[in-house]
Each structure stands twice: as structure tokens, then as C-alpha cells.
Design a binder for this molecule. Structure first.
Ligand SMILES: Nc1ncnc2c1ncn2[C@@H]1O[C@H](COP(=O)(O)OP(=O)(O)OP(=O)(O)O)[C@@H](O)[C@H]1O
Ligand SMILES: [Mg+2]
Length: 260
């Protein structure tokens, strides 16, 4: 579904992503792991159009999407959530879902003046959809809570909810489980699996919690120092020598002295 070819993303002398190629299969929940600074978030930012790569290309269903803007990718069903949640803190949970861009004619002021009924009709539909999302995520008790008052985990859940307001095809989750308590992590995990199975969402998720990765993901991809190290089942990845070395911090430095 997604094919990443030889992506380089350099910031001055820093090679955050240094020639990474990988594919994400439709219908999968693909895990992306790797030590801090491996380039995972940077790669997500390139795929999601936040950063223009120094070189390389990304395709979605065979179409070259390299360099497209986030809103253009959004319209194609490619969405991402952030390592730090991006909620509107002074809006309620319901309102946060309702402001996800869709085909809401009310956003164009002149239409609001001349087509009042139509605007109200669309708003009702959007509100109904937002309520469905809230029910799906089992957070009905938080519907009218200000997003700023939510716990870190609840904010992550809300981010996931925002992806459900549109017809997402593939969602990139950056550390959706970080700082989230066990109970909420299970809720998030179950929601992801249901979206995958019941609605056909494909996911790619960055995560440090290997138990969570093990429960959720197949395949798992490991990056280190801007490059792809290994891809396989979670057990294969855990047993992979290069992966172990990367996590112990002896990866390329070791090779630089020895083999290379
Ligand atoms: N805008 C930027 N300017 C300069 N350097 C950057 C920029 N963004 C990222 N980097 C550097 O690129 C490298 C990769 O960072 P990135 O955030 O992609 O890693 P990560 O794998 O997501 O790490 P973590 O697991 O800690 O979130 C790091 O060395 C980081 O300092
Ligand atoms: Mg990161």
C-alpha cells in the first residue's frame, strides 16, 4: 500500500533518515521500532507530508505522493497522529471531533448566510458521527469534557478518534501508547484492532513498548541511525543480532571499527 524508496532526510549535517526503503502492506498493523533518535518520527513526517525529503520517494497505492502537503494526503485517506497529542484544549471532546476537516459547508461564511438549513443539516450529521466515534472509543462520559482536562492517554484516544471522522485508509501512529496507563493502553489497542478488522484501516505504529508491539503488530520493522535494520515477526526482530546491538548502542560504531 505504501512504498518508501531510498528516503534521505538530512538537516544540515544530521542524516536523520539515511536511505530507508520499506513497504507497508494493506490491512496490516505494521510496527516501527528503534532506539531514540533512529529517525522514526522524521520518516513519519516525510511520509505524512510535513517534511520534504532530501531525496527518495513515497507511493500510496502506486501513486507517487512524495512532497504532497498534509491536507492533500489527508484527502487521500493518509492520516497521522503526533508523538505529542495535538488537541484543542479549550474545546470539548465532541467539538474536537467535529472540527476535523470534512465537507462542512458551514465553514464558508457566505454559504452559512444563504443556506442555513443545509448548514444545520450537515452539522447535525457531523455531530452524530462524532457521537458514534465517542461511543466506539467508550468515552461517552467525556463527551462534554474540555480536551485540556483529559489525561495523556485520553488525549491519545481522542487523536485516534479524530482519524475516524474521515474515511481513513492508513493511519500513522507515533507512540500512541507512551505515558498511557495499562487500562487505557488496552482500550487504545482494542480500538486499533477493531478499526483494522471492522473498517479495514491499515496502521503503521511507532512504539517503544515491546509487549504492546508484540500483541498488536505483524510485521515489525526496526530502524537505527536513519536506516532500516530488519523486518520480520516480533520474535524474529527480538532475536535479531543487529537489532540487539542497536539497542545496546553498539550498532554501527562497532561495525565502523570492525567490519566496515
Ligand atoms: N528538525 C530537525 N532538525 C535537526 N535535527 C533533527 C530534526 N528533527 C530530528 N532531528 C534529528 O534527527 C534524528 C532522528 O530524530 P527522530 O525524532 O526522527 O527520532 P525518533 O526515532 O523518532 O526518536 P524517539 O524514539 O526519541 O522519538 C535525531 O538525531 C534528531 O535529533
Ligand atoms: Mg519519535
Amino acid at each position: 500500500m505504501i512504498s518508501v524508496s531510498d528516503i534521505h532526510m538530512h538537516f544540515g549535517g544530521i542524516r536523520a533518515v539515511d536511505g530507508t526503503s520499506l513497504t507497508i502492506d494493506q490491512g496490516s498493523i505494521t510496527g516501527l521500532i528503534g532506539p531514540n533518535g533512529a529517525g522514526k518520527t522524521t520518516l513519519f513526517n516525510v511520509i505524512a507530508g510535513v517534511l520534504k525529503p532530501t531525496s527518495g520517494s513515497v507511493t500510496l497505492d502506486g501513486e507517487d505522493i512524495t512532497g504532497l502537503e498534509p491536507h492533500q494526503l489527508f484527502a487521500k485517506g493518509l492520516l497521522r497522529t503526533f508523538q505529542i497529542a495535538h488537541e484543542f484544549s479549550t474545546l470539548t471532546v465532541l467539538e474536537n471531533l467535529m472540527v476535523v476537516p470534512g465537507d462542512q459547508p458551514g465553514e464558508r461564511l457566505w454559504q452559512a448566510w444563504f443556506h442555513n438549513d443545509r448548514v444545520r443539516e450537515v452539522e447535525d450529521r457531523v455531530r452524530e458521527k462524532a457521537r458514534e466515534v465517542i461511543e466506539f472509543l467508550e468515552i461517552s462520559h467525556l463527551e462534554n469534557e474540555l480536551a485540556g482536562n483529559l489525561s495523556g492517554g485520553q488525549k491519545k484516544l481522542l487523536e485516534l478518534g479524530r482519524t475516524m471522522m474521515v474515511d481513513a485508509k492508513i493511519v500513522f501512529l507515533d507512540e500512541v501508547g507512551a505515558g498511557v496507563n495499562r487500562t487505557l493502553l488496552n482500550t487504545i489497542g482494542t480500538s486499533i484492532q477493531r478499526l483494522n478488522q471492522e473498517r479495514g484501516y491499515t496502521f503503521c505504529m511507532i512504539e517503544h513498548d515491546m509487549d504492546f508491539i508484540g500483541r498488536m503488530c505483524d510485521p515489525v520493522i526496526c530502524m537505527a541511525e536513519g536506516r532500516l535494520l530488519a523486518q520480520g515477526t516480533v520474535d524474529e526482530i527480538k532475536a535479531n543480532e543487529e537489532v540487539i546491538e542497536a539497542y545496546l548502542g553498539t550498532g554501527r560504531k562497532h561495525k565502523a571499527r570492525g567490519e566496515e
